[in-house]
Design a protein around this ligand. Sequence first.
Ligand SMILES: Nc1ncnc2c1ncn2[C@@H]1O[C@H](COP(=O)(O)OP(=O)(O)O)[C@@H](O)[C@H]1O
Ligand SMILES: [Mg+2]
Length: 260
Amino acid sequence: MIKVENLTKKFGGFYAVNDASLEIEKGSITGLIGPNGAGKTTLFNVIAGLLQPTEGRVLLDGEDITGVPPHELFHKGLLRTFQIAHEFSSMTVRENLMMVPGNQSGETLWQAWFHGDKVRQEEAEVRRKADEVIEFLEISHVADEIAGNLSGGQKKLLELGRTMMVDAKIVFLDEVGAGVNRTLLNTIGDAILRLNKERGYTFCMIEHDMDFIGRLCDPVICMAEGGMLAQGTIDEIKSNEQVIEAYLGTGLKNKTAAQA
Ligand SMILES: Nc1ncnc2c1ncn2[C@@H]1O[C@H](COP(=O)(O)OP(=O)(O)O)[C@@H](O)[C@H]1O
Ligand SMILES: [Mg+2]
């Protein structure tokens, strides 16, 4: 579904992503791991159209989408989740979902003026869809809660829910599990698995929690110093010498030293 070809992103003279190539298979939940500073987020941002690459190409179903801006990619079904913007934090969960841009005629004042019935009809449709998402994610108890009052994990579920308001094909998740408690992490994991199995979403997710990655992802890709280091199943990755080496000198080394 996604093909990244020889992608390089330089910041000044620094190579954040250096000649990286990878493929994301349709229907997969691909995990992206690597030590801090490996270039994972930068790679995501280039794929999602937030950053222009210095060199290389990104293809979506064979179509060159290099440098295509996020709102156009959004309409092609390529989504990257974002933290709920500040201005949305005072709106309810349901309202947040209803704000996701779609093909609503209500978006233009012109149409609202001349086709009032159509707009009302579509608003009812969007509301129905939002309620369906709320039910799918099992967050009915907070549907009318102000988004700013949600726990970290519930916010992550809402971010995921926003991708369900449009016809997403592939969703990029950057550290969706960060700062989320175990119970909610499992709920998020279940939602991702169900979206993958029942709705055919393809996912690519950056994550640090190896148990979470192991439960959801196949294959797992490891990046280090801007490049692709290894790809395989979670077990292959965990026992890969180069991967282990890449994590030495970072957290894993300290952990090992502390355990010794
Ligand atoms: N906008 C930027 N300007 C300069 N350097 C950046 C910028 N964004 C990221 N970097 C650098 O690029 C490297 C990769 O960062 P990042 O993609 O965030 O890594 P990861 O997500 O794997 O932790 C890091 O060394 C980081 O400091
Ligand atoms: Mg990152």
